[in-house]
Design a protein around this ligand. Structure first.
Ligand code: IFM
Length: 459
């Protein structure tokens, strides 16, 4: 593709989705309920009362979706496994029909010449485990390891790339602190316990995957580029608190084997009173990884802000005196997210500077944009803004590689329009449009653009 920088040979181009966002078939073939079934069926929590009951009906239409991937020419497809489809009660009996579905999907991908990349946890926790405490309790991490072992035994020989958790920040803070994601809790210390138990679950899952002899193991973090609203000392300190919560509580234990120095300043008595950490946990959490998955969409502009709740017992972990403000003079996507591709380069370069040789090779496991798509009279979707977004972010990624960051892959989010969590079907991230009434898939201009880019890279 003329004018577009080349990527190193062997660079992986992919596309990504997640189980609850696309599969549907929520009550079929023995799948148990997840926290997202409960959350989405609770009136008032998801825009338009949307649920993942049917979604893109991928459970039945996966051959058509794999054909779209083959036509796109991707090297790899990142999908997630629904834990409640495989272990419906979160522990105990395994559901063979759930395993069969993923086995068929993996075979279909391999036949199409596409490498499967499987995420074990993209937020659909079995409801039965939430009823016993969810990620607030250590038991959930242990059950996660058991489920991982089952899956690795069945699919480990055919799936080369494994991701333990997707964006654990969302699970812990959106799920247990501000309640914008399932299970919708608004709690303080329990949200920080969730951070720790997710990290422990990751460590135990790494052990289970290693025991099964899989090829590559990693975790996906949604790392943020936090920028100060002004250069006042108060705003700069707020950036440190935002960095701690979004980035450091994950990267420091995983990559450096310790807890972040700034967590006490950030969380105060919520963390100092914590009793959920055990000896040996850091060793478990910091086992070597083959890659670090990073999801990147936008920068966050941070300003100091007063605590929302004066009573510490009621305060939630995100009430730690920072506010997000709008970035001036930039385009925003349909999510209201600032488009600033340079910050993508900056994030990756800063990460390399911070962690040096302790930073494993990176795969960008998600990047993309929700836009206000319209269907033209000829049925096409001319999503120019999305094409610009993808081109500019891939260019920014190339700049990070030039600056010495070892990035080995890129997955566009998302292959399909899908259930965008609390926003329901209102926000469209797909490079393929889904008509939710007919389930007809229409590749958008961004799909054709990405296909050409991949073809041109291969020469
Ligand atoms: O749709 C989500 C995905 O599930 C996780 N990463 C961010 C995407 C866009 O919000």
């Amino acid at each position: 593709m003329s004018g577009f920088p080349g990527f190193p040979s062997g660079f992986v181009f992919g596309a990504a989705t997640a189980s609850y966002q696309i599969e549907g078939a929520a009550r079929e073939d023995g799948r148990g309920p997840s926290i997202w079934d409960t959350y989405s069926h609770t009136p008032g929590l998801v825009v338009n009362g949307d649920t993942g009951d049917v979604a893109c009906d991928h459970y039945h239409r996966y051959p058509e979706d794999v054909a779209l991937l083959r036509e796109l020419g991707v090297d790899s497809y990142r999908f997630s496994l629904a834990w409640p489809r495989i272990v419906p009660e979160g522990s105990g009996p395994v559901n063979p029909k759930g395993l069969d579905f993923y086995s068929r999907l993996v075979d279909e991908l391999l036949e199409a010449g596409i490498e499967p990349a499987a995420t074990l946890y993209h937020w659909d926790l079995p409801q039965a485990l939430e009823d016993r405490g969810g990620w607030r309790v250590r038991e959930t991490a242990e059950r996660f390891a058991e489920y991982t072992a089952v899956v690795a035994e069945h699919l480990g020989d055919r799936v080369p790339r494994w991701i333990t958790l997707n964006e654990p920040w969302c699970s812990a803070f959106l799920g247990y602190s501000i309640g914008r994601h399932a299970p919708g809790a608004k709690e303080g210390t329990p949200a920080l316990a969730a951070v720790h138990h997710l990290l422990v679950g990751h460590g135990l899952a790494v052990q289970a995957l290693r025991a099964a002899g899989v090829r590559e193991v990693g975790i996906t973090l949604n790392l943020d580029r936090n920028l100060p609203a002004t250069d006042s000392a108060a705003d700069l300190a707020a950036v440190v608190r935002a960095d701690t919560q979004h980035n450091l509580v994950w990267t420091v234990p995983i990559l450096a084997g310790r807890y972040a120095d700034t967590e006490e300043d950030t969380f105060g008595e919520l963390i100092t009173a914590a009793d959920f950490r055990r000896d040996g946990d850091l060793e478990l959490i910091s086992q070597p990884l083959d890659f670090l998955g990073i999801n990147y969409y936008r920068p966050i502009v941070v300003a100091d802000a007063p605590l929302r709740e004066a009573d510490p017992a009621k305060r939630v972990a995100t009430d730690n005196r920072y506010a997000e403000v709008r970035m001036p003079d930039v385009r925003e996507t349909a999510m209201g997210w600032a488009v600033a591709p340079d910050t993508f380069t900056d994030l990756l370069v800063a990460l390399k500077q911070q962690y040096g040789d302790a930073l494993p090779p990176i795969h960008i496991t998600e990047n993309g944009s929700a836009e206000h798509d319209t269907v033209s009279e000829d049925g096409a979707v001319h999503d120019t803004d999305r094409v610009d977004y993808l081109r500019d972010h891939l260019t920014a990624l190339r700049a990070a590689i030039d600056a010495g960051v070892d990035v080995q892959g890129y997955y566009v989010w998302s292959l399909l329009d899908n259930f965008e969590w609390a926003f329901g079907y209102d926000k469209r991230f797909g490079i393929v449009r889904v008509d939710y009434d007919t389930q007809v898939r229409t590749p958008k201009d961004s799909y054709h653009w990405y296909r050409q880019l991949i073809a041109a890279q291969r020469g």
